[in-house]
Design a protein around this ligand. Sequence first.
Ligand SMILES: [Fe+2]
Length: 332
Amino acid sequence: MLYSHLPSPTAAPVCRLRSLRSVALSVPDPVASRDFYHEVWGLSAVDEDGDRFWLRATGTEHHVLDLRPGDQNALSCISFALATPREVDDAARALEIASIPMLRDPGPLDDAGGGYGLQLVDPEGRTIELSADTFAVSTQEPAGRRAVPRKIAHVVLNTADIERTAAFYTQVLGMRISDWSERQMAFLRCNADHHVIALNQAAWPSLNHIAYEMTSIDHFMRGIGNLRAGGITPQWGPGRHGPGDNTFSYFTDPAGLVCEYTSEVAQIDEDSWLCRTWRRTPELSDQWGTAGPPSTTIRSAMAGIPDLGARHLVTAPRADYFVGIPEPAGVS
Ligand SMILES: [Fe+2]
């Protein structure tokens, strides 16, 4: 299906995404979330400004999580890396031609992580940041046998229109669909990782969960053990998914948002990979047979609350730009 507000399928994407850098979350109590991610989850608090906090993993990004105060839980921004400031400028020109709204024109980012970037708004109101030349940090080796995340592996987004949202992320942002899980989920990559974004067809747009990559399956299990020692047990997992072949174990943070430890994400060879559609059977969703079905509690946390994002900040969008959200009465 073609969408009139998107570039024609023959047009090149506006940019080439290199990697997923970070996610910004708005939560009512950012101090509680900071304490959880810093003291329990394994991230390190790297900077703060009032009640805004930046936390890093052990990889190359200045930060992977940006916590901000908000009236209710919301996904504030997803940040992707471009290679150079020139690519940011080129993306801005292409976005303008395609009538895709930008919240922020290209320029220096006054954020804790520095860099040069822009922000655009996707058809469900999510803010997407494209940045280059962010501050360098040295990678950190975990002390001793402590298991801590290396980076954000993926973000799963609930969408009210998976076909249209997938079309945006592939046609505009140049992502590739690695696999489908029936027509319920789409797994999108921007580099060799099987997916950095997954879309889940749902009643409304919201954050489903954020996955943090552990360096090995041994660290994945040790991480679960660290949490268990603190009285925190997985709400779903451990197990190994079919699509992406990655391990999973899901928890909820103090805001009620879902966070995941994962490891061993499948690596894709662009020249030989063929997208498949997975059937949604227990054997394919949970290859080891260890996790069982997700509980109603974790399903509810993954559904979250409707998140209209930055729609209200976009002045005079094209009439057909934003995806409509079904009335609550239509929600099953
Ligand atoms: Fe996940």
